[in-house]
Design a protein around this ligand. Structure first.
Ligand code: NAD
Ligand code: TYD
Length: 355
């Protein structure tokens, strides 16, 4: 049985990855600081499983990381721990620098010492996979081709700049020290267990409560959406078959404007939640002040991972969104508990409305 150290495994993508890894028989050591975005309810089905070991802690805590590595001797590390919300990075970038850059540095530096002392076979097969974002490439014009692995880095928000910084460090550990690192840059994820500060869960939950659906600017910004499990499948495939030192772009080949996304959610909800006081849900759309430095368009060319590793997304937007909406409608307790005091405070501060 393989053992992976997964960091950030109580967050949105991390928890979906932990569940998938367990399904595939991988033993998981899960290191997560449980910030506002980390939620042990995401891990309910594996929390008492002896092959899933949860450790509350910081990727920047060298002593803790060293102890975990020496104790559990993982065959690989998948680093998802991060501050991840662009809007929060605009209000308060400190935590982004601390975790995304300094934290990743401490983690990889400890991982390097661990890797150096591994027996030959285990050393050869070891991988350090750093999970990053397409946002490091900046913004595309409408006529530009999608980002590929050679696109220039041009981050525009404190979030994407901090992810870019961590990508460069991870690359440097491969180029300088020969460490078997891999970086993946993925487009916007959606699916179960996403914290409701991000576009899709925020819109779903506001719509079913008859609250305004706040769209920034004119709603014409484009994102390339991928269902979270498709991303997680890609990550496990990269751990198995990816080449050290390489970058793989992951995307859903699904470019949509924010307005199209919100209208699609509303149309699905008109069927699933036909309460006449809310139908049509589209009438709740409200255009609000734009995000500063708002990137116009992201799009990913994922030919490399498709051709070299044989990966393909399994969900299209309709099926993925329907699954996601059904999950949020079914998991009322998760929603209630996730929208804690801190969440309500964020909604008040950022949107000037009640959360
Ligand atoms: P998330 O905010 O839902 O989860 C992040 C997790 O990291 C949380 O559980 C949090 O408690 C944990 N964490 C934060 N700081 C930590 C620290 N110092 N030490 C240990 N744990 C810490 O984020 P997400 O959307 O699941 O994203 C996961 C990763 O994937 C991030 O690195 C993000 O940059 C990247 N990514 C996200 C998307 C997306 O659309 N969500 C797309 C591409 C890449
Ligand atoms: P978000 O989910 O924050 O992801 P990212 O900024 O990392 O792409 O936002 C997705 C898009 O939705 C982005 O263009 C900003 C927009 N957006 C809104 O229009 N309203 C909102 O309330 C939020 C949270 C996002």
């Amino acid at each position: 049985m393989k053992t992976y150290l997964i960091t950030g495994g109580a967050g949105f993508i991390g928890s979906n990855l932990v569940l998938l890894a367990r399904k595939k028989g991988i033993r998981v050591i899960n290191l997560d600081l449980l910030t506002y975005a980390g939620n042990l309810m995401n891990l309910e089905s594996v929390i008492n499983n002896p092959e899933h070991i949860f450790i509350k802690g910081d990727i920047g805590d060298r002593e803790l990381v060293k102890e975990i590595l020496n104790r559990y001797k993982p065959d690989g590390i998948i680093n998802l721990a991060a501050e991840s919300h662009v809007d929060r990075s605009i209000h308060d970038p400190d935590a982004f620098i601390k975790t995304n850059i300094v934290g990743t540095f401490h983690l990889i530096d400890e991982a390097y010492s661990y890797w150096l002392n591994l027996p030959e076979k285990k050393k050869k097969d070891f991988r350090f996979l750093h999970v990053s974002t397409d946002e490091v490439y900046g913004s595309l014009e409408p006529e530009d081709p999608p980002f590929n692995e050679h696109s220039r880095y041009a981050p525009n928000s404190p979030y994407s700049a901090s992810k870019a910084g961590s990508d460069h460090l991870v690359r440097a550990y491969n180029k300088t020290y020969g460490m078997p690192t891999i970086i993946t840059n993925c487009s916007n994820n959606y699916g179960p267990r996403q914290f409701p500060e991000k576009l899709i869960p925020l819109m779903i939950l506001n719509a079913v409560e008859g609250k305004p659906l706040p769209i920034y600017g004119d709603g014409m910004n484009i994102r390339d959406w991928i269902y979270v499990e498709d991303h997680c499948e890609a990550l496990l495939l990269v751990m198995e078959k990816g080449k050290p030192g390489e970058v793989y772009n992951i995307g859903g080949r699904c470019e949509k404007t924010n307005l199209e996304i919100v209208k699609t959610i509303c149309a699905i909800l008109d069927k699933l939640d036909p309460d006449p006081s809310r139908v049509p849900h589209e009438s709740l759309i409200t255009f609000v002040k734009d995000r500063p430095g708002h990137d116009k368009r992201y799009a990913i060319d994922c030919t490399k991972i498709e051709k070299e590793l044989g990966w393909k997304p399994s969900q299209d937007l309709e099926t993925g969104l329907k699954k996601t909406i059904e999950w949020y409608l079914l998991n009322k307790e998760w929603v209630e508990k996730t929208r804690s005091g801190e969440y309500r405070e964020w909604i008040r501060k950022h949107y000037g409305m009640e959360g």
